[in-house]
Design a binder for this molecule. Structure first.
Ligand SMILES: Nc1ccn([C@@H]2O[C@H](COP(=O)(O)O)[C@@H](O)[C@H]2O)c(=O)n1
Ligand SMILES: C[C@@]1(CO)OP(=O)(O)OP(=O)(O)OC[C@H]1O
Length: 172
């Protein structure tokens, strides 16, 4: 788990990621590592946490390191039922190896029901724990699809990265 002191160094990279899963009764709904009380959850090979998947893809994209599907293929039985926290930790580790640190998260989750507003503080706090960011660097927006996509949950996420402290010129 990454808990660096957050310096005010400028952002050097941005990344974007997105993910969507179909909803079905009897499945669990996980967002940002928090289980949301819901009669329907994501159909997925892993726990289907679209927020952690989109965030992890955004991190990899920021450094042009591919995507989570190449790291954790959904054809590999080893990853069945995988906690998406493992995916995030693996991507943060890659970010660290490339001399960068996560500085900012901005994510939009589209879901018609249930209401996510009551979970915002809990999801923010949990993401802060997983990433080492202060909660005020984690922006979460919730949208309905206005009934256009009632059977899926979707997340779009952007990240800002900064250079790790003590990075030498040319090292990034
Ligand atoms: N699953 C959701 C979706 C939305 N919200 C909140 O509802 C408000 C309006 O959403 P619109 O899609 O109609 O623009 C907004 O304040 C969202 O935070 C929610 O809590 N849960
Ligand atoms: C996470 C992985 C692997 O378990 O599978 P899913 O849970 O289906 O999720 P998705 O966002 O479709 O793609 C990444 C996959 O490789």
């Amino acid at each position: 788990m990454e808990k660096p002191p957050l310096s005010l160094t400028p952002l050097t990279r941005i990344g974007y990621g997105e993910d969507a899963h179909r909803l079905a009764e009897g499945r669990e709904l996980w967002l940002g590592g928090v289980q949301i009380e819901s009669p329907r959850g994501a159909i997925a090979h892993s726990d289907g946490d679209v927020l952690l998947h989109a965030l992890s893809d955004a991190l990899l994209s920021a450094l042009a390191l591919g995507d989570i599907g190449t790291l954790f293929p959904d054809t590999d039985p080893a990853w069945k039922g995988l906690s998406s926290r493992v995916i995030l930790e693996a991507t943060l580790e890659r970010v660290r190896k490339h001399n960068h640190r996560l500085r900012q998260v901005s994510a939009v989750i589209t879901l018609d029901t249930p209401k996510l507003g009551p979970f915002r503080a809990q999801v923010q706090a949990h993401l802060a724990l997983l990433t080492g960011l202060p909660a005020d660097r984690i922006g979460l927006t919730f949208k309905t699809s206005e009934g256009l996509a009632p059977d899926h949950v979707q997340c779009r996420a952007m990240v800002g990265l900064g250079l790790a402290e003590n990075t030498q010129p040319g090292q990034s």
